[in-house]
Design a binder for this molecule. Sequence first.
Ligand code: OMP
Length: 274
Amino acid sequence: MTTTQLISEIKKKRSFLCIGLDVDLNKIPQHLLKEEDPIFAFNKAIIDATHHLCVAYKPNTAFYEAYGLKGWKSLEKTIKYLNEKHPEIFTIADAKRGDIGNTSSMYAKAFFEDLGFDSVTVAPYMGKDSIEPFLAFENKHTIMLALTSNEGAFDFQTKLVEGKELYKQVLETSKTWKNSKNLMYVVGATKAEYFAAIRSIVPDSFLLVPGVGAQGGNLQDVCKYGMNKDVGLLINSSRGIIYASNQEDFAEAAAEKAKELQMQMEIILSLQSQ
Ligand SMILES: O=C(O)c1cc(=O)[nH]c(=O)n1[C@@H]1O[C@H](COP(=O)(O)O)[C@@H](O)[C@H]1O
């Protein structure tokens, strides 16, 4: 999917919500465990109930890898279902990969070609040659960690390197890489006070913003400093939406939570256009 298509979908749906499909068999309604593929059954019900409210889904691969081959098959079925039924929805493989060049090329093939995701998350620690193999894919997007939502973000990302915070160095350097137009960045919703500084370095890039909901990030604060002329934000919530109920009504409960966020986004978008 191109960035232009993503922007037009945001405008159409009046939403920049991304729903995280982080499926934990201990948290899903127990009646689903009777299904042949409980993870896919859960995802399908969530997607069917929420697809009109969001513009992206983000399965975090850890939640599938943890169940071995079965889990990977559930991930495959989920992305296939999304691509066939909702090709207008942006898909993110949250895998946080990145390795020496030839290995990164294989990761990129796995997520972009074999599975058919629109994007994949990567970690920048190994530098340029670990990220450029992902960027080489046309109309695919590489979402690089910039300033993460967790407490450990302060261990390295905000430390001064040659007089400048490391996350700023990462953002600036990444702009010099080949095909950097295919980059998006992860910035945690819990770090709202950093958005203005981040936008001054990457004014036009999309930011994937996790940390709203279960981690306590605030949507209004993020939008105030993080939005650009194209919106430029994908706000992710995983547990806050998909585990709204663990009973038979789980999909409707998830849709209600998604609707709450979408309505707040609609208000923010209408204020922005005034
Ligand atoms: O790359 C991510 O998506 C990510 C980066 C980050 O800084 N913080 C963060 O929480 N995430 C992911 O975003 C999701 C957040 O889930 P909830 O806290 O349940 O909404 C998880 O899949 C995390 O792995």
